[in-house]
Design a protein around this ligand. Structure first.
Ligand code: GAL
Length: 661
């Protein structure tokens, strides 16, 4: 027992910590218009490129559109009430440009203006600060048809007019503005991969850069206008939301280290460098030549220092290696420009969209941003969140994985803050399940579950967690809580030792008797081997999530080695059995089982005792059972069943809190 609970050698402490954030730190949730509003042909709204794209067959995997989405257009009042019940103090949402200006410019739709005006008033009445994104990818369709959207500077000019209109009408109450959401994703997915509106992909080596350039100009001119005409009177702040995965070098080789850095520059530096230096990163300039548009000296003056804080969005991480120049480029690949190849993080857990969960990534990312840009006004995480399938409200109540994701990422953020990185806020993506672009509603990121058939909202466990966090600015975190792997090192060596003992003894007996081992002893051996695979895999995941890749590799190698323990190999190693000779072995195996059972009982007892028990303990209680009843040889007993059990256990503990909401 003691050995099982000993601290691991990964340097992660085994005791619960109190993670806290400054009283002024802004906790909030984020949404966007097309993803939640619906009401696509109501209240005088004009069409956007996402209406057209989603209605085109085959563009959204589930065949859905945002016509209704989460019906927020009709339910905004009760949605604000839910936010108030969740004690939220900040809410980031976007204005649908074509709801306010149906053609993108010119005639105003007063009904649309009224909708946002009432929403803002309602938020403020409930003590919630509105943070407004002016553009979250839903360009008025007219601008796409008339001007090719962001491929033309005319769209940038139209945006400045629209933004100024919003400042004039809402700026008396809105103190935080985001001009554009994730221009890099909009440029690449919309203008190179064709997976988002406007769905272009015929000139992937040029159009994303042109679209990106015009978005940067739109931002720069808008900020200039805001600062000149509104900022002082309205006392507000403005920025642009940039996204970045963390890109970790795949090896320590100079080429891979450079490739990872280049990849950061091609994805985040592409937009962030101009905001701070007035120009694109030199690595992009030198690789892209004339394909990368240029800024005039005057434009550089506008774009440099055009943010009041760094709005950063982050979800996942990847490994990056150098792509040899001689390697044939995939046809029309935007990614080939950065001469990098992406790989999964070995051992890391993947979310339902296939993104690697890697809490260390947010730590390294904010450090990178702080070092490279030293942003005045600090960093605000304007999106971070975790998708699940959650087919029913009942299932969604037990969203332990999401709670763990949020906690683990916040722990890493707090660590960076302690080391001097200035972070002023954190917004969860997202308030409620919604239309997840090309994924439809199949990937749910919400703190509130939405039943799209009835539009009923139900609180998930994560809503309870975030409500408390937003109120207390702190939470308790146990390193073992989201990962039953802290005691794994010790468990692994204990199991390995036992296995070794059994194997040695078997060999001895076989030599004495000239006969081989019985089936039951062989299966006891396989059970141990199988459990070792599980433990090694769990530890690999844990180290991967903490960015300890050398350790990850070594644990994966251990797991691979243990996997070779299949029945055939055992037969070969142990030959034909003699029943009498195998007897002591069977007893040894039974002793071992007895020992494990005792541990399980002790842990189960402590769970049944009730009280504030972290999920880590629940997981530890189930962890020793993994593999025991599984098919042994060749089968990798997953950690998944154990996690599900733990999730349910934790869910039960959370229920009481959820009910309060
Ligand atoms: C962001 C985007 C959001 C949301 C989220 C989850 O890139 O701004 O709209 O969809 O990703 O995929």
């Amino acid at each position: 027992m003691q050995a099982l609970l000993a601290a691991s050698s990964t340097g992660v402490s085994d005791s619960a910590e109190n993670i806290s954030f400054p009283a002024t730190f802004a906790f909030g949730t984020a949404t966007s218009a097309y993803q939640i509003e619906g009401g696509w042909q109501e209240g005088g709204r004009g069409l956007s490129i996402w209406d057209a794209f989603a209605h085109a067959p085959g563009k959204v995997k589930t065949g859905e559109t945002g016509d209704v989405a989460a019906d927020h257009y009709h339910r905004w009042r009760s949605d604000v009430q839910l936010m108030a019940q969740m004690r939220l103090r900040y809410y980031r949402f976007s204005i649908s440009w074509s709801r306010v200006l149906p053609n993108g410019y010119g005639a105003v739709n007063e009904e649309g203006v009224r909708f946002y005006s009432m929403l803002i008033d309602e938020l403020i009445a409930h003590g919630i600060h509105p943070v407004v994104t002016l553009y979250h990818w839903d360009l008025p369709l007219v601008l796409q048809v008339e001007h090719d959207g962001w491929l033309s500077e005319a769209t940038a000019s139209a945006f400045v007019q629209y933004a100024a209109f919003c400042f004039a009408r809402f700026g008396d109450r809105v103190k935080h503005w985001i001009t554009l959401n994730e221009p890099a994703v909009h440029a690449v997915y919309g203008h190179a991969r064709g997976e988002h509106a406007p769905g272009r992909r015929s000139r992937p080596n040029r159009e994303p850069y042109v679209a990106g350039h015009h978005m940067l100009l739109a931002h720069a001119y808008t900020v200039a206008r805001y600062r000149k005409e509104f900022a002082t009177k309205q006392a507000g702040l403005i920025s642009i939301a940039l996204n970045s995965d963390w890109r970790e070098p795949a090896s320590e080789s100079a080429a891979d280290v450079l490739a990872a850095q280049r990849s950061m520059e091609f994805n985040l530096g592409w937009f962030a460098d101009p905001l701070y230096t007035g120009d694109y990163p030199p690595s992009m300039r030198s690789r892209l030549g004339t394909r990368l548009p240029t800024f005039t000296a005057e434009q550089r003056g506008y774009i440099a220092n055009s943010t009041d804080f760094f709005a950063l969005q982050h979800y996942a991480s990847m490994l990056v290696s150098a792509r040899p120049e001689s390697e044939p480029l995939p046809e029309g690949s935007f990614y080939a420009d950065e001469a990098a190849r992406y790989h999964s993080l070995p051992g890391a857990r993947k979310n339902v969209l296939g993104w690697d969960v890697a809490p260390f990534g947010i730590y390294r990312l904010v450090k990178w941003v702080q070092r490279r840009y030293r942003p005045t006004g600090g960093i605000v995480i304007t999106e971070n969140g975790f998708p699940l399938r959650e087919e029913s409200a009942e299932e969604a109540r037990y969203d332990l994985e999401r709670i763990c994701y949020l906690k683990q990422y916040l722990v890493q953020l707090a660590r960076a803050m302690q080391e001097g990185v200035v972070v002023r806020g954190y917004f969860v993506w997202t308030l409620l399940d919604n239309f997840e672009w090309a994924e439809g509603t199949a990937a749910r990121f919400g703190l509130l579950h939405v039943d799209f058939a009835t539009q009923r909202r139900s609180a998930k466990g994560s809503a309870a967690f975030f409500a408390r966090l937003s109120e207390t600015h702190s939470f308790r975190y146990h390193a073992a809580e989201c990962n039953a792997t802290v005691p794994v090192n010790a468990a692994f060596s204990q199991e390995a030792m036992q296995l070794q003992l059994i194997i040695n003894r078997t060999a001895e007996l076989r030599a004495q008797s000239g006969r081989s081992t019985s089936a039951s002893v062989r299966s006891a051996i396989m059970a141990r081997a199988s459990r070792l695979v599980t433990l090694a895999d769990m530890q690999a995941r844990h180290t991967a999530e903490n960015g300890l890749f050398r350790a990850t590799r070594s644990w994966l190698a251990k797991a691979a080695k243990m996997r070779t323990f299949d029945a055939a190999a055992a037969d070969k190693a142990f030959g034909e059995p003699s029943t009498a000779a195998a007897e002591p072995l069977r007893r040894a195996a039974q002793d071992l089982e007895e020992e494990v059972r005792q541990i399980e009982n002790e842990l189960a007892g402590s769970l049944a005792g009730g009280g504030e028990i972290g999920v880590g303990e629940a997981e530890m209680a189930v962890a020793p059972m993994i593999g025991e009843d599984e098919e042994l040889p060749g089968v990798v007993p997953g950690v998944v069943p154990a996690e599900e059990d733990a999730t349910r256990e934790f869910g039960r503990l959370q229920t009481a809190v959820i009910e309060v909401l």
